[in-house]
Design a protein around this ligand. Structure first.
Ligand SMILES: *Cc1c(COP(=O)(O)O)cnc(C)c1O
Length: 369
């Protein structure tokens, strides 16, 4: 039997939604109302409720969500912001873009999220904020991080780009712990648009208003600029598509969780290290990430067998060329650097069928035998 398993199959998802999405897209096109408008307002209301957040604003990408959050908190030259050394580039890149300094902290060897025990040693009088990342769809230890932030009077910006709807054991959702939560609707995220998009959430009315202005060049009213912002808007077309998809997000999350449980059980024997799920947390499995000391061989082997896989992420921030001026060395962050050598993500998207999953497991077990 010839089986191929892509890392993600967005066509399979679209096939189930075409009949609902095409009419709303056509409606936006017919209205010729592409910026703001009722579709955006409806989506912002619905997604705020989904995130259990008092406020939500659609923005142009997850990257711009982070940039906007940092701008709203007034972070810039001379400031330091603590970030995990292992994440997608934007987490640290946005800090540098504003002239502030990203300060790297190593990760927890089990969850791969920022290790709270190492945060206080990285705090200096210049530290203004911490950006925990809820990597692969699982919350960072927000209780410990919030405690540190309160003690040192620091802001928290949650990078929840991979974690919409993920929650702690009390059911508290990503994006509601910190001052601002940042989300991405990049097509490969659990809630993906038809292009770029993102979201900021906050429980703080003042920050909400400030971000509302900043995403429109700081204007209020139009053409009267209170502050210098940018164009960080979410298109009405994207909002319309995302609002349709949002209704299915819990169903898709359940599918991802089911697939992860299947892999966890099937891979219990063998040399591969499975993802660690914190007891009681709602992990939404944006990625199902294994570890192998023979990672590069495994990557080649899976690709030969038509199984999509990817390394998130092969290079920690301290080893990125653009961050050389920060003065870190290779080896400064032993846990993250080891994970970067060993991590490999395999298909976990909800539309995977039983044959595909069994095939993936069969090949993984054959590799580690
Ligand atoms: C995807 C992602 C981003 C950036 O989102 P974009 O919408 O691609 O700009 C930021 N942080 C993390 C952790 C991400 O996974």
């Amino acid at each position: 039997m010839f089986i191929t398993v892509p890392l993600l199959d967005l066509k399979a998802q679209y096939a189930t939604l075409r009949h609902e999405i095409e009419p709303v897209v056509r409606e936006v096109i017919e209205s010729q109302y592409f910026i703001g408008g009722p579709r955006l307002a409806a989506f912002e209301k619905n997604v705020a409720a989904y995130c259990q957040s008092s406020h939500a604003l659609g923005v142009s990408s997850g990257t711009d969500a982070l940039l906007l959050a940092l701008m709203a908190l007034g972070i810039g030259a001379g400031d330091e912001v603590i970030v995990p050394v292992y994440s997608f580039f934007a987490t640290a890149g946005c800090v540098s873009r504003l002239g502030a300094r990203p300060v790297f902290v190593d990760i927890d060897p089990k969850t791969y999220n920022i290790n709270p025990e190492l945060i206080e040693a990285a705090i200096t009088p210049k530290t203004r904020a911490i950006i925990p990342v809820h990597l692969f769809g699982q919350l960072a230890d927000m209780e410990a991080i919030s405690h540190i932030a309160r003690k040192h009077n620091l802001f928290i910006i949650e990078d929840a780009a991979q974690a919409i709807g993920s929650a702690d054991e009390k059911g508290r959702r990503a994006g509601t712990f910190g001052d601002i939560g940042c989300f991405s609707f990049f097509p490969s995220k659990n809630l993906g648009g038809f292009g770029d998009g993102g979201l900021v959430t906050t429980q703080n009315e003042e920050l909400h208003t400030k971000m509302l202005y900043l995403k429109n060049h700081g204007a209020h009213p139009k053409y009267y600029h209170k502050m210098i912002g940018g164009n960080f808007r979410l298109d009405a077309l994207q909002a319309a598509v995302l609002d349709v998809k949002l209704k299915y997000l819990d169903q898709w999350t359940a599918g991802r969780q089911k697939n992860a449980a299947f892999y966890n059980k099937a891979l219990a024997s063998g040399e591969l290290i499975r993802p660690f799920a914190v007891e009681g947390y709602r992990h939404i499995y944006n990625q199902y990430t294994l570890r192998s000391q023979r990672r590069d061989d495994l990557l080649a082997y899976l690709k030969e067998n038509n199984i999509g896989c990817e390394v998130y992420y092969p290079v920690t921030f301290n080893n990125q060329e653009c961050f050389k001026p920060l003065g870190y060395k290779s080896g400064d962050f032993p846990v993250a650097e080891q994970i970067a050598r060993e991590a490999i993500s395999i298909p976990v998207y909800p539309e995977l069928n039983d044959d595909q999953k069994s095939y993936v497991v069969e090949k993984l077990l054959a590799f580690s035998a």
